[in-house]
Design a protein around this ligand. Structure first.
Ligand SMILES: *Cc1c(COP(=O)(O)O)cnc(C)c1O
Length: 429
């Protein structure tokens, strides 16, 4: 049955971020439970990357399944212009309760990229509605905000975006305020303000951890300073918490580490506990008010067929129930402590260039030495090594990371750490 699945897949299906000519056959997953995914051939894999950073509480969680199926039998979907429903309103209330107090409105969409598109369009139209159009955005170097055109535009230019580069709108990229680059980043932002403040609509950033860049981490202090400069100049700020939201960084949101708060938040991935596609963009009353008018042209003309899908709202409500339980918050704290201890243990290893931790996210940058020929295939070697050991790990080049579901036990993580230590011996510079 499994052979059949793989054959049929190769005949009919096109996979994301995959060179279909050279890729090895995919692994057929038939079931998920807790932190594990089960393949058709009976093998099980520890999901160390939470299925592309979406899963919070483990796979096929019975409480979320119950709530979603209940909703499925009550109301599966209804259009959201001119209509509303309890799950959408309940979720907006719940989100605003846990977000910084100045967040006032929730706009639903479909995924991380659309949550970012909504934020970017909201920020641009905010200025246009005020009668002073501004079309430029500021972003951090190496940023990743999604794969649609607006989200690509505010992401760093890379091989991923190369075929589309003439069509991406211009963005001012400033340095990531990692240790040693804080002053330069601040200086670059100040310079942009001097040169063209009146063209800048907003500053968008991944707070504290830049996921796709390779789990690049920076401190709250310099981000606070960047946000303060934006605030002083009246520039809107957009926190893309698509990856960092809902406990990943040790607090409910990465922005909980900050004193300054953004005007707009983007959420997706973990919002439904990883159950299904969904996005949300929240904003302050000030942003919202710029769209209120007797003039219909000031309407935010954006929406998706499945905006505020009741099933996704129900999954999100159920995931939030589990997330705020004391046991879950304790697990998050315990995973963070385990990561820190392991980081301390291996930091001096000759194969380790750097280890980084923030909450439940652990990243290890491999020392590749000068022998780039031997290590050019390191990513694939590591990927396969971990798979053979029953662990799903998707290295970003020479960087491996663990972003486990919060239900991962102490023993399960210890097994991942031990396997990393084996890999450090096997693939050392
Ligand atoms: C994954 C990601 C996105 C895009 O989300 P999709 O649901 O994949 O479209 C946007 N921003 C950040 C920070 C992400 O990690």
């Amino acid at each position: 049955m499994n052979m059949n699945l793989i054959e049929r897949d190769s005949r009919y299906v096109w996979h994301p971020y995959t060179q279909m000519q050279t890729t090895p056959a995919p692994i057929g997953i038939v079931r998920g439970e807790g932190a594990y995914l089960y393949a058709g051939d009976g093998r099980k894999y520890f999901d160390a990357v939470a299925s592309w950073w979406v899963n919070l509480h483990g796979h096929s969680h019975s409480y979320i399944a119950e709530k979603v199926s209940e909703q499925l039998r009550t109301l599966e979907h209804a259009m959201f212009a001119g209509f509303t429903h309890p799950p959408a309103v309940d979720l907006a209330e719940r989100l605003l309760e846990v977000l910084p107090s100045d967040q006032a409105k929730v706009f639903y969409s479909d995924d991380g990229s659309t949550a970012v598109e909504v934020a970017v369009k909201m920020a641009m139209q905010y200025w246009s509605n005020k009668g002073t159009p501004r079309n430029r955005l500021i972003a951090l170097k190496d940023a990743y905000h999604g794969d649609t055109f607006g989200a690509m535009s505010v992401s760093s230019r890379s091989t991923f975006t190369a075929p589309f580069s003439p069509l991406l709108f211009e963005v001012d990229f400033i340095d990531v305020p990692v240790k040693g680059s804080e002053e330069e980043a601040l200086e670059q932002l100040r310079r942009i303000m001097l040169e063209r403040e009146d063209e800048i609509a907003a500053f968008i950033f991944e707070p504290l951890v830049q996921g796709t860049a390779g789990m690049v981490m920076y401190e709250p202090g310099p981000l606070d300073q960047l946000l303060k400069i934006c605030r002083e100049h009246g520039i809107l700020t957009i926190a893309d918490e698509v990856m960092t939201g809902f406990g990943r960084t040790g607090k409910l949101f990465a922005c909980n580490y900050l004193e300054q708060q953004p005007d707009i938040f983007c959420f997706s991935k973990g919002i439904t506990g990883g159950t299904m596609a969904f996005g949300a963009t929240t904003c302050t009353q000030q942003v919202f008010d710029a769209f209120l008018s007797g003039d219909k042209l000031k309407t935010f003309f954006h929406g998706h067929s499945f905006t505020a899908n009741p099933l996704a709202c129900a999954a999100s409500l159920a995931s939030l129930d589990i997330l705020v339980e004391p046991e879950t918050m304790e697990s998050i704290a315990r995973i963070s402590r385990q990561h820190e201890a392991f980081a301390g243990k291996i930091a001096g290893h000759r194969s380790v260039r750097q280890v980084r931790c923030r909450g439940t996210i652990f990243a290890l940058e491999w020392e590749t030495g000068d022998s780039t020929s031997y290590f050019s295939g390191l990513r694939d070697k590591l990927y396969n090594f971990f798979l053979e050991n029953g662990i799903i790990m998707r290295p970003l080049g020479n960087i491996i990371y663990i972003m486990p579901p919060y239900c991962s036990t102490e023993e399960e993580l210890d097994f991942v750490y031990q396997t990393i230590e084996l890999a450090l011996e096997k693939f050392s510079a």
